[in-house]
Design a protein around this ligand. Structure first.
Ligand SMILES: *Cc1c(COP(=O)(O)O)cnc(C)c1O
Length: 384
């Protein structure tokens, strides 16, 4: 790891803790479908999937057949569910890697009918998301009938997706009701043999243990960001799994009136002390957080000054209580001492959402699994 100047620590003990929190909120027998799409929300597919398998998770969800094929190498024996639509040229990947798929339309079904071996299918209903899924009970019924009649189709599950589980409980309850009603209309449906799933992380808040749902698809909460209103989780605190660190590359003084970085977007109102950090938008530190985000150095918040560059970021250390030096740890996501900055805060500064800030950490940034993650210089991979 010599020469690494911006890296991400993946705290596996935090991941284990979050898995326990989620499981604790579910009734026994409810299947946790762990969502590991987009390189496990930017945390690194292999590191995360291996730990989830060790924790006994046996259904994982990805976005595409290609992601499913990558995961199959790491996880030969688990069920892998592809959340996104399957394009005709991806069918081969689905069959070769034994992936389970979601069906929204007769056109989807026609593709899978061309398969020469059994396919495990989940029917999806659009109850208000307006994205994937059969648009109403009638077309869901038609899909159901055709799946049951086909010799090579295995009906594995039925699902829907909430549009605003973190914001709108009325819509969420309404969607759940439509989902239940649509299932009731399916003749001869035996839900006990199927995986019935609707809830994402935020949906957990309203998980209905008395209904037919026996699975949940959870991503964000596993990575340490709880659903927002979280009554069910009042007593637990999720722990962010990823932290991202860089270094102070240069410390300098600039006189009042100087401008800083590209576009000269800021002019110093006083004589200032600045630190130039070895991280930029090529690492996933977003340009839109220029002049807004904060970075931790020696446990103190330092405001970003001027536009964030591709490989460098300038912060103001004039008010820093310590003496910042070249080589110091600079944390853009994570904690130092009792102070922390999480993906949600960064997202606020960047006009973004925490999901995007997590998967926005770029591929230039090595992911280091740290069992004893202490968020200090001790865990700095460049010192090993
Ligand atoms: C990404 C995704 C999830 C997980 O959502 P979180 O909010 O991260 O828990 C669940 N279901 C579907 C269909 C998804 O695309």
């Amino acid at each position: 790891m010599q020469g690494v100047r911006c890296w991400a620590e993946i705290d596996l003990s935090a991941l284990r803790h979050n898995v326990e929190c989620v499981r604790g909120a579910l009734t026994a027998g409810t299947e946790l479908i762990a969502v590991v799409k987009a390189d496990a929300y930017g945390h690194g597919l292999e590191i995360i999937a291996k730990e989830l398998l060790a924790q006994g998770v046996d259904v994982l969800a990805v976005a595409s057949p290609r992601e499913g094929a990558q995961l199959r190498i790491i996880a030969p024996n688990v069920r892998i569910l592809v959340l996104g639509p399957v394009l005709p040229d991806e069918l081969d990947l689905v069959l070769r890697h034994d992936l389970e798929v979601i069906v929204s339309s007769l056109e989807d079904l026609a593709l899978f009918e061309t398969a020469d071996r059994p396919v495990r299918l989940h029917l999806k209903m659009d109850t208000g998301m307006g994205r994937l899924g059969a648009e109403n009970g009638i077309s869901l019924g038609e899909l159901y009938t055709r799946v049951r009649a086909h010799p090579r189709f295995i009906l594995a599950g039925i699902c829907t997706h909430f549009a605003a589980a973190d914001e709108d409980s009325t819509l969420t309850l309404e969607q759940r009701k439509r989902f239940y009603q649509a299932m009731k209309a399916l003749p001869g449906l035996d839900v006990s043999t199927l995986l019935i799933h609707a809830d994402n992380s935020a949906g957990l808040d309203y998980f209905d243990a008395s209904g037919p749902c026996n699975g949940v698809r959870v991503g964000l909460a596993l990575y340490g960001y709880p659903p927002s209103s979280v009554e069910r989780f009042n007593h637990v605190s999720f722990k962010p799994v990823m932290s991202v660190h860089a270094r102070v590359g240069l410390v300098k003084h600039l006189p009042k009136g100087s401008t800083v970085s590209y576009g000269a977007t800021v002019r110093l109102a006083r004589d200032s002390r600045l630190a130039v950090l070895t991280m930029g938008y090529a690492d996933g530190f977003p340009v839109s957080a220029s002049n807004r985000a904060q970075v931790l150095i020696q446990g103190a918040c330092c405001p970003v000054l001027g536009r964030i560059c591709m490989d460098l970021t300038v912060v103001d250390i004039t008010d820093h209580p310590g003496s910042v030096a070249r080589g110091d740890l600079a944390t853009w996501m994570g904690s130092q001492g009792d102070v922390s900055i999480d993906a949600e805060e960064l997202a606020r500064h960047a006009g973004s959402i925490s999901w995007e800030r997590l998967c926005g950490v770029s591929k230039r940034v090595p992911r280091v699994a740290n069992e004893y993650c202490v968020h200090t210089q001790k865990s700095d991979p460049t010192m090993k």
